[in-house]
Design a protein. Sequence first.
Length: 277
Amino acid sequence: MTLLTAAETYLQDFHQRQVGVTSAAFAHLPASSPAETWTSSYDVLTSLVPAVDTPLSVLDLACGDGHLLGLLAARRQPQLQLLGVDMSMAELAVARAALPPSVRLQQGRAQALDVPSASVDYLVSHMALMLMDDILQVVQGIRRVLRPGGQFAAILGRTFLLGEVNDVFMRVFKPIASDALPPMRFGDRRTGSEAGWRELLDGAFAQLTFDDIDVPWSPTPGQLWAALLDTYDIDRLDDDARQRLRSAFLDAVAYLKNADGVIVTGWGLRLVRARAA
Ligand SMILES: C[S@@+](CC[C@H](N)C(=O)[O-])C[C@H]1O[C@@H](n2cnc3c(N)ncnc32)[C@H](O)[C@@H]1O
């Protein structure tokens, strides 16, 4: 059995304690690009899967609690075969309870996909690939399981928070992190830029496209802090550092509240698409 990396061990533990936090954060917020709007960032990916009567297989890589697969299953598209892979047993247990039995779920690492070659028409992934070590191995696995001409589509982080609050957050977070955040590297830097993705997908994929997707959100400072508590770096702080960050953050963002008492912000995401060559 493959040993987990330090980051994977942490992620396993986090997702054991905090099941379903990604869908809780993103499922109910509309998403938009300059050209289009969607009901959520999950819908950005599901809308790429055509509603057809012919057989179609979709793999959701790092499917978490199965929210995206649930949207596809709700279509009741008779020949749509759905498969989710995730390394977290806790997330998969929630997915299993929520999804119809026809949706297959598999525990495993994206670096070692136990899926037949050339068996998948659409491989989608929401907010996960930027966390993964050995990303080249992951990309090779994605190419292997896709049929030639199959579509790869992933939503990833682009910025953290939208707007001025991002700079304010970074200003208060950095000194506390440099003092109290244990070092840990998540994923591969190349997943954070278009140039990086071009390098990763070069040769085995064609028709690369990139779209900026924004998920606008106007929370109260307290709601924003509650959402930040579910992010990995804040989770990794000890209680004392987290309390220091909380009061520094709430003080620092107070001037950004508008007349309704909320901060206009959101999450900055990127959609990466490519066809298996
Ligand atoms: C931020 S969550 C996103 C979950 C889901 N895609 C969603 O958006 O609701 C990241 C997920 O990636 C999974 N994950 C991280 N690294 C993985 C790997 N190497 N192989 C398989 N799953 C992985 C975690 O277990 C977790 O469920």
